[in-house]
Design a binder for this molecule. Structure first.
Ligand code: C2E
Ligand code: MG
Ligand code: MG
Ligand code: MG
Length: 282
């Protein structure tokens, strides 16, 4: 279909209008194609998980792993999470996908613990749709029980935008998770609009400072000021911080000097396969 549309657009001329409408069509079609293929992906074992290390900002000591999904499609190749997670959320397929992630990551982490390795805390990205679903807590408990995974090993990351969509709705659910010993982290902090009142009321243990702020420190003054303010706020509220997307020594040093608790990013380690992580932890 995409080829046919491109051919048609070319035939009809190359005016800006044509080009613009072609781009839109292509985007819409890409979404449809992805959505159609996603339905098959779980059954065909096309997903895999990578794990990215999280470390203490001062000592670089390993504290945990964030699981990041990848889709290995036979024709498209490796599709990054950015490309398909929002589509999976729209269609509701995210619930099934995230349950696969939960099960697979918990099995892996529990196996590492039972082998005597120390993978630390497992961070899972959680879609709002999953959190909202009626059976979520049961599914979670079931997964933990089946893999011998302890709640204190788990952290759930929810993006600031999703959490702030309707915070009142989630306070009790997040509290329930927190009471089970599971930590809650606010992902992509700084890209949504958290009211300070909610930071106090939500059982959030950790703020993940969005990589868009991290990447321009220490060069861009505005980003420096914003990151300093976020770290100071979190410190004053006794909430831990983790900077994501740390790619350089300068960024790491700045964050460490401003009391950021943890860091994560290519400078410390890229997302890696379970085999690579095994080797690192051994
Ligand atoms: P996120 O949770 O904020 O994850 C951070 C993203 O930044 C990941 O992209 C990671 O690969 C990338 N990253 C890590 N370090 C660096 C760095 O130093 N520099 C740069 N430029 N990037 C870095 P990825 O894996 O494509 O994931 C994108 C987003 O998709 C995630 O953002 C998360 O919101 C979502 N996601 C990923 N896996 C899952 C999943 O299993 N379930 C759900 N619901 N969402 C997921
Ligand atoms: Mg995350
Ligand atoms: Mg993030
Ligand atoms: Mg930089």
């Amino acid at each position: 279909y995409a080829d046919a549309a491109m051919y048609k657009a070319k035939e009809e001329g190359r005016s800006n209008y044509q080009f613009y409408s072609y781009e839109l069509t292509e985007m819409a079609m890409e979404r449809v194609v992805i959505q159609t293929n996603l339905r098959e992906a779980i059954r065909n074992h096309e997903f895999s998980l990578l794990y990215q290390q999280q470390v203490k900002a001062d000592t670089l000591e390993h504290i945990g792993l964030e699981a990041l999904i990848r889709w290995n499609h036979k024709e498209f190749g490796v599709v990054s999470a950015d490309k398909f997670i929002s589509i999976a959320e729209e269609s509701g397929l995210i619930i099934e996908i995230d349950q696969w992630v939960m099960r697979t990551a918990m099995d892996q982490i529990a196996r590492w613990y039972h082998e005597g390795l120390n993978p630390g805390i497992l961070s899972l990205n959680l879609s709002l749709r999953q959190l909202r679903s009626e059976h979520f807590i049961d599914v979670l408990k079931n997964c933990m029980q089946e893999s011998g995974f302890e709640p204190k090993w788990l952290e759930l990351e929810i993006t600031e935008k999703q959490m702030m969509h309707n915070p009142e709705e989630f306070i009790s659910r997040l509290q329930e998770l927190s009471n089970m010993g599971i930590e809650i982290a606010m992902d992509d902090f700084g890209t949504g609009y958290t009211s300070l009142a909610y930071l106090k009321r939500l059982p959030v243990k950790k703020l993940k400072i969005d990589q868009s702020f991290v990447k321009n420190i220490p060069e861009v003054k505005e980003d420096v000021v914003i990151v300093e303010a976020m770290l100071a706020l979190a410190g004053a509220l006794n909430i831990d911080t983790i900077a994501e997307g740390v790619e350089s020594k300068e960024e790491l040093e700045f964050l460490r000097d401003h009391n950021c608790t943890y860091v994560q990013g290519y400078y410390v380690g890229k997302p890696m396969s379970a085999e690579e992580i095994s080797a690192k932890l051994s």
